[in-house]
Ligand binder design. Structure first.
Ligand code: SAM
Length: 287
């Protein structure tokens, strides 16, 4: 197996194929072998697992996934990588590469078609410019057991944040609604080529099998969450009034009272159960 993380191997491989990194495609390739090894190890995969990888690049993580999984399906948008991947991962017969933009694919269908009889998980060193649309697609597909991703450290902190902290956001609530995220380890810029300006981190999202909250309408729940964070520095009653004009100020205040929340409460201090209570109460008032 070619050691693609070794700079002495990677540089000639790239130049032999006249490959130049595309900043627009978020191409920062791993040059420290411990990183893909540790990601694959921590993602808890084995021969019973089907792994969806996004953005294999020249294949450092793909190699580690293929060594452990039943099947790997890697989605890559940059066709220039085809001859390079042939050299680095061509030997694996449990690998299928799909040449496409992951955001244009129906993830649920892809998983159902490729991973029959296997436990589906997703694992990737994500292209950072589309981190949130990819995570949104992976979690909303509701077909993975776990999603293990490398992202910018500040995004990782937002995914794992607790209520009442500066990092807690609508994106936090979205991630923690579908999964239980755990920050696994940091990866410094010198582990990549070219080096990114920021530190990265690996997060494992253990997807919830059952939601521990009673949510009457998912659409209304997320609308409530967006309204609650839209005016971060103001009272939640203001956010709800502007997110749900039909309630009016008095109606918004009544909703909070009915949920046992103080009149001056701020959205950023609420946990998921409290957002669920508010959304359910708004729905009840609509009749
Ligand atoms: N996995 C490799 C590694 O760790 O060295 C490469 C990771 S690099 C951060 C992100 C990869 O995602 C690149 O190979 C890039 O071409 C690919 N990519 C970017 N946008 C994509 C998209 N919309 N769909 C699929 N792959 C994409």
């Amino acid at each position: 197996m070619i050691d693609v993380c070794n700079i002495q191997v990677m540089k000639p491989l790239l130049s032999d194929h006249g490959f130049h990194f595309s900043k627009a495609k978020g191409q920062n390739f791993l040059t420290a072998r411990w990183v893909p090894e540790q990601i694959a190890e921590d993602s808890g995969i084995d021969r019973t697992t089907g792994v969806l990888e996004i953005g294999p690049g020249i294949g450092p993580l793909t190699q580690q996934l293929c060594l452990r999984a039943g099947k790997v399906c890697a989605v890559e948008v940059d066709h220039r990588l085809e001859p390079l991947l042939k050299q680095t991962v061509g030997e694996f017969d449990n690998l299928e590469i799909v040449w496409d933009d992951v955001l244009k694919l129906d993830v649920q269908t892809l998983v159902a078609e490729r991973f029959s009889g296997l436990r589906p998980v997703a694992c990737a060193n994500l292209p950072y410019y589309i981190t949130s649309p990819i995570l949104t697609a992976l979690l909303e597909a509701e077909c993975f057991d776990a999603v293990t991703v490398m992202v910018q450290k500040e995004v990782a902190q937002r995914m794992c944040a607790k209520p009442g902290t500066a990092d807690y956001s609508a994106f936090t609530v979205f991630c923690q609604f579908y999964a239980e995220p755990e920050l696994l380890f940091d990866v410094p810029p010198h582990c990549f080529m070219p080096q990114p300006k920021v530190t990265s981190a690996v997060v494992k999202l253990q997807v919830r099998k059952e939601l521990p909250w009673r949510i009457e309408s998912k659409e209304l729940f997320f609308r409530t969450v967006r309204a609650s964070f839209a005016m971060r520095r103001k009272k939640l009653s203001n956010g709800l009034t502007s997110g749900f004009p039909e309630l009016g100020k008095a109606g918004a205040e009544e909703v909070l009272r009915a949920c046992g929340l103080p009149e001056n409460v701020r959205g950023e201090t609420l946990d998921i159960r409290q957002f669920a209570d508010i959304a359910n109460e708004i729905l009840r008032r609509r009749g």
